[in-house]
Design a protein around this ligand. Sequence first.
Ligand code: CA
Length: 167
Amino acid sequence: MDNLLGLLRVKVKRGINLVIRDFRSSDPYCVIKIGEQRLKTNIVYGDLNPVWDQELTLSIEDPDLPVDVLVFDHDTFTRDDEMGDAEFDIHPFMEALKMHLDPDTVPNGTILKRVEPSRSNCLSEESCVTWKDGQIVQNMLLRLRNVESGEVELELHWIDIAGAQHV
Ligand SMILES: [Ca+2]
């Protein structure tokens, strides 16, 4: 972990209009991946609009690696079914961290960066990196690919590690 920059806390808030993979519904959970790290939320049974509200923490060594987001339907007796995937880029968030803002001078709610939805990202609406209650936060609504419908809402936070390299 020589190159550890810090920890990215991904709050997986909810899924919206996810697809049916069982008879009438699905049992969705969300997986977050970067490099070799793979973390998942709890399963929400029988809900196409699950509220996970769960924080998953990834160690960040290489800010060039995208973070993968995958949604699955949990099945007890068969292999879990895919419910779409997305990815996001942490550069805008990391660039905001590099500003080393002074908490005493930046007004709460200041928008530091805006990322527009485009063909090269999975955003379904504008994503803002915001100064909120003394920390940098990025909200994201991701449109799932390789599936008929579904979105996932996330929120990013940063956790500094003592002794880590400076961002
Ligand atoms: Ca199922």
